[in-house]
Write a protein that binds this ligand. Sequence first.
Ligand code: SAH
Length: 257
Amino acid sequence: MTGRVTLVGGGPGAIDLLTVRAVRALAEADVVLVDRLAPHDGLAELAPQAEIVDVGKTPGHHAVPQHEIEAMLVRYAASGAHVVRLKGGDPYVLGRGGEEVLACHTAGIPVEVVPGVTSAIAVPASAGIPLTHRGVSHLFTVVSGHAPLSEEELAHLAGLGGTIVVLMGIATLPRLAAGLARHGLPAEHPIAVVERGFSPEQRTTVGTLADIVAIAGLARVASPAVVVVGEVVRLAHDGDAAAGELMARAAAMSVIA
Ligand code: SAH
């Protein structure tokens, strides 16, 4: 009998940010293929009958290549197993979930997707940064920094306003900051880098488009990290003068609007 695959969004790394549906899928799993940024601690208890296979990747080192992961999903499921593919964050946010679903469809394997808490929203939140705030920003864009953005993309992003969230953006941070400045964002536009969200080593580094590269260099910021560009970054300094002033200005503006 053919098994099935459940693609589960594991959230940003904390086991208690798994959804109830994710926990149920794990409890019924025969095999769990787990990513590096998915939660690991406590997995054995959540999936007591399962063989747990770590297919985690580190940047530049694909422990198990993507095509091999897809082949494994199909192979395990074809042998009758319920396979849980536990991914970091949400499977469909820069997570190659679509490719894995397609591989299952192609092989005739039933597949279901369980959404997860994406790091794009949750990691800034854990640093006190709301991606939207009435009167400050009413939109956010999530982009991959895996490859440098094109001039056209930079121009659109700079022109759009609102908050920009970059995943996999540490290596390309200098080009992002310079590119956004070149396309008209002010030098003092705030930017934050939040590393290792939801771990004891979580750290937030704040600067501006003009100085973030130097500051990040001194702090030796490293992946995994979420980069946030926008006025909302100022709100993270909860209680300090700049945040207070911005909040007050935003509140006044929303009264006028
Ligand atoms: N599908 C995932 C994103 C995969 S891309 C999601 O929805 O969250 C991997 C990138 O996500 C990392 O390079 C980093 O930018 C970000 N990321 C994931 N977990 C993180 C964490 N705990 N702390 C900081 N960044 C994280």
